[in-house]
Design a protein around this ligand. Structure first.
Ligand code: OMP
Length: 268
């Protein structure tokens, strides 16, 4: 699935929600823990309950690889139950010298067949190129992240007067096209979305940071949307852990509906 397909799904369903599948054994409902693969069972129930409320799922790879072989198996099985209508993102934040990036790209685009993968831009173009070589897949570069540490380097002022992240967006946007390259902008940095849209008006933005991190959905939509919408809003914890009781999937569905209602009312 490319960005054009994703855009069609967003506009047809009037919904730009991506649900982050970041499961932790210590946080999922206790009644699942006796099952053979609790992480998979948790994800499966969340996906069944929320698939009509979102257009994408984003498993963060840390939550799987931390469990070793079992975690990779849970991820593989999770990919099998995500409907083909939904855009899938491996949140892996990879990027390395060329031949290593090639292996990361193979891992997520071929072995796991994700539609997209998150990549760190700081090793430069040759570290990102192997991901972009997959013309039917999407590379999502970190632009301006949601964490407090985004101040450390991303907001360093350069001699030309711009922030480092602005130069990253400007230069990196030339490496691919709005069809195969997206950027991450954290919702907690939504105040910068107007200046970001001035640099990359046409690229899709993946926006994490709504919910548990406190980002403002109204500011994200008003400052971040373009003529095609061009936004994929990710929410993980505040949806998947809306309840840790037997009703967890129903509560996750309610929380997703609530975010969609806000999105739809903001778009008018
Ligand atoms: P919640 O805060 O639980 O909604 O989760 C946010 C998800 O988005 C996590 O999987 C983060 O790793 C991811 N994320 C950020 O929170 N901030 C960023 O700047 C970038 C990402 C990301 O690339 O998705």
């Amino acid at each position: 699935m490319t960005c054009t397909d994703l855009s069609r799904q967003i506009n047809t369903n009037n919904n730009c929600l991506c649900i982050g599948l970041d499961p932790e054994l210590g946080k999922i409902p206790k009644h699942l823990l006796g099952l053979k693969d609790p992480i998979f069972e948790f994800n499966k129930a969340i996906i069944e309950a929320t698939k009509n409320e979102c257009v994408a799922y984003k498993p963060n790879i840390a939550f799987y690889e931390s469990l070793g072989r079992k975690g990779w198996e849970s991820l593989e099985k999770t990919m099998e139950v995500i409907p083909s209508t939904h855009f899938t993102i491996a949140d892996a934040k990879r990027g390395d010298i060329g031949n290593t990036s090639k292996k990361y790209a193979e891992t997520f685009f071929e072995t796991f067949d994700f539609d997209a993968v998150t990549v760190a831009p700081y090793m430069g173009e040759d570290s990102v190129r192997p991901f972009l070589e997959y013309s039917e897949k999407v590379t999502i570069l970190l632009g301006l992240t949601s964490n407090a540490g985004s101040e450390n380097f991303q907001k360093l002022k350069l001699k030309n007067g711009s922030f480092l992240f602005e130069t990253v967006l400007k230069e990196a946007s030339k490496w691919g096209s709005p069809e195969n390259l997206m950027f991450v902008v954290g919702a907690t940095n939504a105040a910068s979305l107007t200046q970001i849209r001035a640099i990359i008006p046409d690229h899709f933005l993946l926006i994490p940071g709504i919910g548990a991190q406190g980002g403002d959905i109204q500011e994200v939509i008003t400052k971040g949307k373009n003529s095609e919408i061009g936004l994929l809003i990710n929410v993980s914890r505040s949806i998947i852990y809306a309840s840790n009781g037997e009703d967890f999937s129903l509560k996750a569905q309610e929380e997703a509906k609530n975010i969609n209602a806000q999105y739809q009312s903001l778009l008018g």
